[in-house]
Structure formats: structure tokens, C-alpha cells
Design a protein around this ligand. Structure first.
Ligand SMILES: [Zn+2]
Length: 503
């Protein structure tokens, strides 16, 4: 009788921005997923999430899932060492207690740092390799923005990342990783080649829906459709990692090593050649304020402050735009949110309708202007429970913690404990700030706001703002980056290197 192949499945997902100083703890993960064994399996199986994609691929191919550990959080600062230690301990216990294991399929983000570890994903893969041996297949599902390190490439047989940004293939990416795992188990020839590229670019500057990245993806997908490649990924690393090993990468998977190598090199060369095109057109803050003051339409100008987007891993505590509005004595009706628990609690003490001097923002992120010190009026106080209007998950409830709306003349500021869903207009609307009725709305998001805000915006302006997620990478005081990295000090004679087989 043929025994089912048994595949260890584990998840550790968080995207780190090392410029965000707030460490993410077990509680931040528990708000989403912090589970193990059968409980984790049930949580993932029931949702259209990435891990569900892995599970489906394994079970459809007749394999058995051995669930290990499942922890998930959104983007933010470094993860506490405690969380990584928990993940490693659960993996160790699963291996010790599971009996026969034939393979591993891991769901990782790929750009995750802890307090003391710059490559948490590589560390997990190394542990799996060491505990299970060189022969066992290990495949991994990663984010397109993963930092694909040597440790990841040396310990995984195949890595699969998203082929879309914005990511709309989360389930499908994980399914590909599961399918590759089952192909390896079935004895099929599967070889991965990789090219690493010394390149950082800001996510707000590109999309797989637009050129030139679209043509790189089309080329890769054509190679898969033709049967030349089994899989490919273009990893455009998220750039807010001040670590010694960082870069973009391209991987190609084929039956023959030479095919994988030549396709990886070809795709990498095209991806890299367009590097100057992956940058957004940024306006300075004053330029955007001028546009709002000079406009003829009644529709609001949206100032996109992607540098302070909590979705991108930043804090959400910047008041850079508020300060410029006040310094200019602008009469624009303007609105924004700011993470500031102290200001919230002060507002509760002061009470609705009363005035006080507030010190707002700039309490976490280093090297941003502020705080803003001004006398404001407490307009309203809230428990911070909000329903999304969409288009993502309309009706779903999220919490920003206790919150208050403070008015400083024409400037309305939502202060809250933990900003969330920054691209959803309900983050303002719910609190009585109707974006349509303002001249200038500061939106701290990268791309998630577009669908909802484009419906009523007069103009959308991406601003060159400071913050832990700044698109202008020259703003940061980098300390640990390697030499020879684009856009900083790439040697003029740099050539894309040949692809390597790491295993
Ligand atoms: Zn991503």
C-alpha cells in the first residue's frame, strides 16, 4: 500500500520596516493569527489565505499536511525575539513528534527582522534544513518584496513569490509553492536558479499592471506557458531594511539547470535594465498645498503621504504636512490621522468641546519634523471601532484603539492609538471627517486608497514626505547597507551576474 506523503506546513508572516522603532510583539500577532497544530490548520483552511493555498496544493496531490505553527501579522517594526523563538520551538517540536516527514512547505514573508536577527526567514529555513537533512524537499512561498538572502537560497529547493503588485495572487503564490513541493516529492526534475541584484526601489513607484515591470512579468509568464519554465519570480525587495545583506532577486525554475539559469539571467537583465523607471514622481509638500490653494474644482486634493503608511510598515505619527500648513498660515480645510496615544488620552481628559494645548505626533519615528504644539478643540471622542467601506472586505470591522478628533482652526486631526486600513475613507468618515468636504486630505497609504479615493478626488499628488516608509530613499541615514547598491553607489561598470544554482 502506498503511504501518503507527509508535508510539514508552517507560517511566519510579517513585513519589517527597520526604521519603525516599535517592536511587534506576540500580542500584535495574536490580533491576526498565533496558533499551532490542528488549531492553526483549521484557522488557515477556513480562509482564502496563503496557507490555505499550500494546504490545497498538497491535499489535491494526495499529500497529508502536518500542521506546525501559524503566526501572521501585518507590516511594522522589528519582531520581538520571543516570537521567532516560539516559531522555532514549535517547528522543532513538530519535527520531534511527527514521525515520518517527507517534505516541508513554508509560508514566509521573506523580509522579516527581529530585534536581534536580520534574516528571520533564512534562519527558519536553515533550522528546517539542519533538523530534516539535505535530501528532504523544502519549498517556500514568499512575498514579492522579500529580501532573498543566501541563507534562503541555500536552504530552500524552490521559492515562489507573488507575480502581482498590488498583490492579488496571495492564494495562488502559495499554491505554486505547494505544487512545487509535491512535484519534488513525486520525483520530477525541478531545479531553481537565482540571480541576485544590488538594487532597491520604492514600492510606490511601480506596479505589475504598468510598464516596464509588466513586460518582465509577461515574458516570465510566456516562458511558463510555453513549458520552458516551471515557475519564476521577480523579487523587488522592499527597501526599508537597513541591514548588511539586502537586494532584489530573480528566480527561475525548470527541469534542466541550464534552462533555469539562462531564463533567470534573461529576466534579471530586463528587470534591472529598467531600474530608473521604478521611481514615482514626487512633489514637495508646498507644491501640493499650492495646488490645493490654486485649484478651481471643489473636489479635494489628495496628498499621498506614503512615507508614513502603516500598511507599508511605517508608524503613522508624522505631522510634517500639518506643520507646513500652519507655518504657511494656510486657510485650507485639511484632514489627516496621526498615531498619538498620549494626545488621545489628553483629549479624553479635556473633554468634548473644550480647548487645550496639544503636542501632536512625531513621538516614534526618528528624524521627522514635529511635534506640532498648538491649541486645539476636542471635537469628538471614540472607541475606535470602525467598519470598512471597501472595496476590500466591506463591512469588516477593524479597530484603531481609542481615538479623538482635534480641530486646530481649519485642520482636523484624528488622533488614535493604532491606525489601520489607512486607504479606506472610513478611517476618516467614521469619525465625522467627510473627505469630500475638505480642500486637502492627507492619505497615508501606498496604493490601497486608490479605488476608493479616485471616485471623488480632484487630484492625487504623491508627496516627498519624511517617514519610515519614504519613497525617497536618499532621505534615510543608512548605517548597515552593503556597498555597491543602486541607487546609492552602484559601480558604473556593474553587469548583471550569471545565475547560480544554490543547491
Ligand atoms: Zn509585498
Amino acid at each position: 500500500m502506498c503511504e501518503k506523503k507527509r508535508v510539514l506546513v508552517c507560517e511566519f508572516h510579517q513585513e519589517t520596516d527597520t526604521f519603525n522603532p516599535i517592536v511587534m510583539t506576540k500580542e500584535d500577532f495574536a490580533a491576526f493569527r498565533y496558533a499551532e497544530g490542528e488549531e492553526g490548520y483549521r484557522l488557515c483552511k477556513g480562509q482564502h489565505c496563503a496557507t490555505h493555498g499550500i494546504i490545497d496544493a498538497i491535499e489535491e496531490a494526495g499529500g497529508e499536511v502536518v500542521p506546525s505553527v501559524f503566526v501572521y501579522a501585518l507590516a511594522g517594526g522589528r519582531v520581538s525575539d520571543e516570537v521567532l523563538a516560539y516559531v522555532q520551538d514549535r517547528i522543532h517540536r513538530t519535527i520531534a513528534g511527527a514521525g515520518q516527514l517527507d517534505a516541508v512547505c513554508a509560508l514566509l514573508h521573506g523580509a522579516t527582522c527581529t530585534e536581534s536577527n536580520d534574516d528571520a526567514c533564512g534562519t527558519i529555513l536553515q533550522q528546517l534544513r539542519q533538523e530534516l537533512g539535505e535530501e528532504i524537499p523544502i519549498t517556500v512561498s514568499l512575498d514579492l518584496h522579500a529580501n532573498v538572502t543566501e541563507k534562503i537560497l541555500k536552504n530552500a529547493d524552490v521559492v515562489c513569490g507573488h507575480q502581482t503588485y498590488p498583490h492579488v495572487d496571495i492564494y495562488e503564490t502559495a499554491y505554486r509553492a505547494g505544487r512545487m513541493c509535491m512535484a519534488l516529492l513525486a520525483g520530477e526534475r525541478v531545479t531553481m536558479a537565482a540571480v541576485r541584484l544590488p538594487m532597491l526601489t520604492p514600492p510606490v513607484g511601480y506596479s505589475t499592471e504598468t510598464q516596464p515591470l509588466r513586460s518582465v512579468m509577461d515574458r516570465g509568464q510566456a516562458l511558463v506557458a510555453a513549458g520552458t519554465l516551471l515557475d519564476f519570480t521577480v523579487f523587488n525587495v522592499q527597501p526599508w531594511l537597513d541591514v548588511p545583506e539586502i537586494g532584489s532577486a530573480v528566480v527561475a525554475v525548470a527541469a534542466e539547470a541550464e534552462t533555469a539559469k539562462s531564463c533567470a539571467r534573461e529576466l534579471a537583465a530586463e528587470f534591472f535594465a529598467h531600474r530608473e523607471a521604478y521611481w514615482p514622481q514626487l512633489m514637495d509638500i508646498d507644491g501640493v498645498i499650492d495646488r490645493a490653494e490654486d485649484r478651481e474644482s471643489k473636489k479635494p486634493v489628495i496628498l499621498v503621504d506614503s512615507a508614513d503608511s502603516p500598511n507599508g510598515g511605517a508608524v503613522g505619527d508624522s505631522v510634517a504636512v500639518a506643520l507646513r500648513l500652519r507655518e504657511r498660515g494656510s486657510r485650507l480645510r485639511a484632514a489627516m490621522f496621526v498615531k498619538d496615544p498620549q494626545a488621545v488620552e489628553q483629549a479624553f481628559a479635556v473633554g468634548v468641546g473644550n480647548r487645550a494645548e496639544f503636542t501632536v505626533g512625531a513621538k516614534y519615528t526618528a528624524h521627522v519634523p514635529g511635534p506640532m504644539v498648538a491649541v486645539g478643540r476636542v471635537r469628538s471622542l471614540h472607541d475606535g471601532i470602525v467598519r470598512r467601506e471597501g472595496p476590500v472586505n466591506p463591512g469588516e470591522v477593524f479597530s484603531v484603539g481609542r481615538a479623538a478628533v482635534l480641530s486646530f482652526d481649519n485642520l482636523d486631526v484624528l488622533v488614535c492609538h493604532a491606525p489601520a486600513a489607512p486607504g479606506d475613507p472610513q478611517l476618516l468618515r467614521h469619525f465625522g471627517i467627510e473627505p469630500k468636504l475638505y480642500d486637502l486630505v492627507v492619505v497615508k497609504a501606498n496604493a490601497s486608497f486608490r479605488a476608493a479615493y479616485c471616485a471623488f478626488a480632484g487630484e492625487i499628488c504623491y508627496a516627498d514626505t519624511p517617514g519610515a516608509g519614504a519613497a525617497n530613499l536618499h532621505r534615510f541615514r543608512w548605517q548597515h547597507l552593503p556597498r555597491g547598491l543602486y541607487p546609492f553607489d552602484l559601480p558604473a561598470d556593474y553587469c548583471v551576474e550569471p545565475a547560480k544554482i544554490y543547491r
